[in-house]
Structure formats: C-alpha cells, structure tokens
Ligand binder design. Structure first.
Ligand code: PMP
Length: 404
C-alpha cells in the first residue's frame, strides 16, 4: 500500500510529464529530484507576495520573512534530528563540506595529521580535503570497499590510529546506493579520538536520519536531492564544534562589530552565512522537509528498496547486464551493458522517455575501483514505480537489438 500511495503522488510533480504530456520515466533522482507542487507553490509565494529581505528590514514584511527564514532553519534541523543553532545554510552539500574543510580543517589539522575517506566518495568529499592538504600537510588515507561495494568498516577499524583527526564517509553512495552503518563508523572514529563527517546528500531523501542518535559530528546535505530547490543545502554540526569554528567567508550578516582595526563575529550559525542568504530557497527547503515528513522517510525507504529489488531482478535476467553494488541499496542501481557505452545507452533510452545517468557520477576513484570509465545508473524517488523499471528494461532490450 505504501508503494501504491507513494507512486500515486507522481501526479503532484509537474516535472514528471514530457512536453506532450506523457509520463517521463525519470530515473535520475540521485542527481536531482523532481519537485512536488507544494514546494513549487511555497517558493512562488516566497518570491512573490511574501518577498522581502531577512535580518535587516524594520518593516513588517521583512520581519515576517525573517521569522519564516528562521522557522525554515528549525524545520530542516528537525528533519535530521538537530537543533536550529547547529544548522548552517549553505549552497549545497559541496559547500557544507568545503566549509568544514576550510574552517574546522584549517584550524585543527597539522602536518602529519591523518584523515580517512573511502574509495566510494563523491568528488565533493575528496577535493575539499586535497585543497587543505596543500596548506596543512595532512595525510589522506582511503578506506577500501567490501566486494559488494560498501565501505569496509573492518578495514577502517584496522586503519584508524590516534593520528586520525577526521573520518569523512558518505551515508549512501550516489553510485551504488550502499548504506553506511553510521553508528559503527561513529564508534570507530570516536574510538581513536577523531571527528566524523557524514556526507548525507543521498541519504536525507532516502532514509530516516537522526544526527543526535547517530552521534556524528558533521552532516552535509543538499535540498535539491530532497525534492527542494537548487542553490541551498545545509551543514549540521555539533554545537560545541560550530561555536569554536572560525568564519570562512566574510561579509554582511556574519559580524558583530566592524571597524577597520578589528572585527568581531556573530555567533554560529550566522557567523557562517555571509551575505544575503538564499531566502526563497530556504522557504522551499522547509516545504520539501514538510513533504518528505508527511510521506514518511521509512515509507519512502521501503518503497525505493522494493524498486531496487525489482530492478536488480529484472536487469539480472539480461545476460549483457553487469550489476554493481550490494543487493540492499537505498534506491540506486548502477550497471554496465556489455558492448554498449553508458552514454549510448542513455541516448537511446532518452528516445523512449527514460532518463538515466551515464558517466562517472563525480566518483572517479570508485570507477577506477570498479575497473570501468563510467556506469549507467538508475535511481528512484518517491514518485517512481514499476512502470519506470519496465520502460528501462524495454529500452535496454531495444538498445541491445540496435547494437547486435
Ligand atoms: N555527495 C554525494 C553523495 C552526492 O551524491 C552529491 C551530489 N551528486 C554531492 C555530495 C554534492 O551535492 P551538491 O552537488 O548538491 O552540492
């Protein structure tokens, strides 16, 4: 019943129709999710009738918008089990991780300190650390994967030492859909005195997340993968850490008092939000949080997990298909088609109104590990259903006939 209810909600997503009004088999929600009408309406109101700046205006419209903006912060924080004073709005997960690297990283990491990443990380959880490696002399260690494509926490346990100051792992792999045992990862990191950052970009839309229960130190997310707008995301950070972190970008809104001699900072989270924030997007972010809260993340997870089981079974029946990743995946399936480049497959599927992602998925070290330059990836959302899988399979069969 969950599956039926959730996929019927496809009606609420105008982006799921093609220009001629037919169903678009959108299997690229891991790149970005389509938006429900509720979220679109909330952003239209925020940009129209309710529009004003925040934190500055003395007039009532601005005061109202400030309340709505801060309510959005509370709302998004609550979605992941956090408090409003722990949630910094950023441009996305990428900026959230860069914020931790540039602020916490530069203040806390020294030559010889080590951090542990994994082989399946998105470039946005690799490159920010390489940028500060140049400036701090830190050493980056890479945790290997299990044979089925999960971060190998037994290996992490063996690798971690007191020299490790940070572990940074994806909660859900954007390529394989594999889900991290966050509680164990947190225990391992804290066991050697390291902090742990979780890249929750794929997880927030696919699983119930509770940062307090998980006990992590930093959690990064993007609104656009959560059925919200682009251009906004968030960093959740434990308040003791955030309160002690120096600013990383300067400007309006992040200060207490400015003189040419000396400037003092606003408290967190404002200290990390220089400039006029993404007001409209924050309102849309909160509307998206309301949307998934109402649908229920446990139900969304069950719905997508069932589609993964179905998709893997159907794809597994095609001889030319090689499946990657674990059987249990949070809504994401990567595969290769023998003799067909993923880009060619993607182009032919497009003619059938099926949208998949083909490429390295911003995870080139993972591609190296899999021994392929690219994969084809089908990823599900709240609105996906078995008709999308059937269309994918029909498209693959047609592609194989064309290439035969
Ligand atoms: N981490 C993961 C696991 C992702 O899937 C993505 C987006 N593909 C990101 C980080 C980066 O998110 P954004 O581009 O929204 O900043």
């Amino acid at each position: 019943t969950d599956t039926a209810t959730l996929s019927r909600s496809a009606e609420a997503f105008p982006g799921l129709r093609t220009r001629d009004g037919s169903r678009w088999h959108y299997l690229d929600s891991a790149a970005t999710a389509q938006k429900p009408q509720d979220v679109i309406d909330a952003t239209v109101r925020a940009m129209g009738a309710d529009y004003a700046t925040v934190h500055r205006g003395v007039y009532s419209r601005s005061a109202d918008m400030t309340l709505a903006f801060e309510a959005a912060r509370r709302n998004v924080a609550a979605l992941i089990g956090g408090q409003e004073n722990e949630l910094v709005f950023t441009r996305g997960a990428t900026e959230a991780i860069n914020l931790v690297a540039q602020s916490w990283g530069l203040a806390n990491l020294e030559p010889g300190d080590r951090i542990l990443l994994s082989q399946l990380e998105h470039h946005s959880n690799i490159v920010p650390w390489q940028l500060i490696r140049e400036r701090t002399g830190l050493v980056i260690d890479v945790c290997p994967l299990t044979a089925d494509g999960r971060i190998d926490l037994d290996a992490a346990e063996r690798m971690l030492t007191p020299a490790h100051k940070l572990v940074a792992f994806a909660h859900v792999s954007n390529v394989l859909g594999s889900v991290l045992d966050v509680n164990r990862a947190v225990a391992l990191a804290h066991g050697v005195g390291a902090k742990i950052l979780i890249d929750g970009c794929q997880a927030v839309a696919r699983l119930p997340v509770d940062v307090a229960a998980m006990g992590c130190d930093f959690y990064a997310l993007s609104a656009h993968k959560l059925y919200g707008p682009t251009g906004i995301g968030a960093l959740w950070a434990r308040s003791e850490l955030l309160d002690a972190m120096p600013p990383w970008q300067g400007g309006g809104s992040m200060i207490d008092r400015v003189t040419f001699e000396r400037t003092t900072w606003a408290p967190a989270p404002q200290r990390f939000e220089a400039g006029t924030p993404a007001i409209v997007e924050a309102i849309g972010f909160a509307a998206a949080a309301d949307y998934v809260r109402k649908a229920g993340l446990a139900a969304i997870h069950a719905h997508e997990a069932a589609l993964v089981v179905k998709a893997r079974a159907e794809l597994g029946r095609i001889n030319a298909v090689r499946l990657f990743g674990p059987e249990e995946s949070a809504g994401i399936v990567s595969f290769a088609l023998e003799g067909v480049h993923p880009h060619d497959l993607g182009t032919i599927l497009d003619e059938e109104n099926v949208a998949i992602r083909a490429g390295h998925h911003c995870a080139q070290p993972l591609m190296d590990h899999l021994g392929v330059p690219a994969t084809a990836r089908a990823s599900f959302g709240i609105y996906s259903d078995e008709s999308d899988i059937a269309a994918l399979v029909r498209g693959i069969e047609r592609t194989l006939r064309i290439f035969a």
